[in-house]
Design a protein around this ligand. Structure first.
Ligand code: NAD
Length: 256
């Protein structure tokens, strides 16, 4: 049991399924009061009903005020988990880029904007960002996803270094493949790169709770990502050659 989350008022966005639902279940099991958000009201209601939480459906960008009301006037932990898997190249529609930017980055910025005044006044608050290993590395075939997840990671990092001395804790979760609807929808690239080492949503919740206990910013449910991230930073050309091999393997497999 993680003491920090017992009796905490928790919000999880995109919690109608996948990783968000696993996080919501885990927080509820640890004794937290949980707001379950999802764009899909039926999914939010179903998970909230199952865990004794409260459903606050809607776009994750604009739910802090309603969630705070539902939790009796306070949010202690905010999990910015909702995300869109936006694949495509530089030729992806502007609308695809705009949605990825809005959900994967700006929803986090807007939530932090709404949460910070209270957190800074109280000297306490916890922001959990479900980023992706694509935010540290990259994902073949998915430029909008990779770029905006780098943005999500950068924002989480910025929040952490800016407010950590004022009682605000930040965690960035960066998994590779996780068996959810998003992985299924990622198609042949996901099958090649993510599926072979995919883990369960519950494994991501385990990793987050361990990270909270150990007070760590970077949460790596796939520990090997640390090595890839190191390689990217220290030997960028070698790393790019390796990623390009993967790209060509994907092209051959799909006759692109
Ligand atoms: N599945 C993976 O392999 C994987 C790997 C790394 C990171 N992630 C990240 O994990 C997070 C959760 O993804 P998942 O795999 O559980 O996907 P999922 O598709 O199972 O769940 C995402 C949920 O978010 C909801 N949603 C989408 N846009 C929303 C919005 N604007 N407001 C509120 N809810 C919204 C969807 O309705 C859905 O229920 C995402 O940020 C994703 O990028 C997933």
């Amino acid at each position: 049991m993680v003491e920090a989350v017992q009796d905490a008022a928790v919000v999880v966005t995109g919690a109608g399924g996948g990783i968000g639902a696993a996080l919501a279940r885990r927080f509820a099991a640890a004794g937290a009061r949980v707001v379950v958000n999802d764009l899909d009201p039926a999914k939010a209601e179903a998970v909230a009903g199952e865990i004794g939480g409260v459903a606050v459906p809607g776009d994750a960008s604009a739910i802090v005020a309603d969630a705070r009301d539902a939790l009796g006037g306070r949010v202690d932990v905010y999990c910015a988990n909702a995300g869109v898997g936006s694949g495509g190249t530089e030729a992806a529609d502007e609308a695809v880029w705009a949605l990825a930017w809005d959900v994967n980055v700006m929803a986090h910025v807007r939530a932090a904007h709404a949460l910070l005044p209270d957190w800074l006044e109280r000297g306490a608050g916890r922001f959990v960002s479900t980023v992706s290993a694509a935010g540290l590395l990259t994902m073949i075939g998915a430029a909008p996803y990779s770029v905006t997840k780098h943005g999500a990671y950068a924002f989480a990092e910025w929040l952490s270094l800016t407010y950590r001395h004022r009682g605000v804790k930040v965690h960035a979760i960066c998994p590779q493949g996780v068996r959810t609807d998003m992985l299924t929808a990622s198609g042949s690239a996901g099958e090649l790169v993510l599926a072979p080492t995919a883990i369960e949503p519950d494994d991501v919740a385990d990793a987050l709770f361990k990270g909270i206990e150990e007070d760590r910013f970077l949460i790596l449910p796939h520990p090997e990502v640390a090595e890839y991230y190191r390689a990217r930073a220290t030997e960028p050309d070698r790393w790019l050659r390796g990623m390009n091999r993967l790209q060509r393997q994907w092209e051959e497999a799909t006759a692109r």
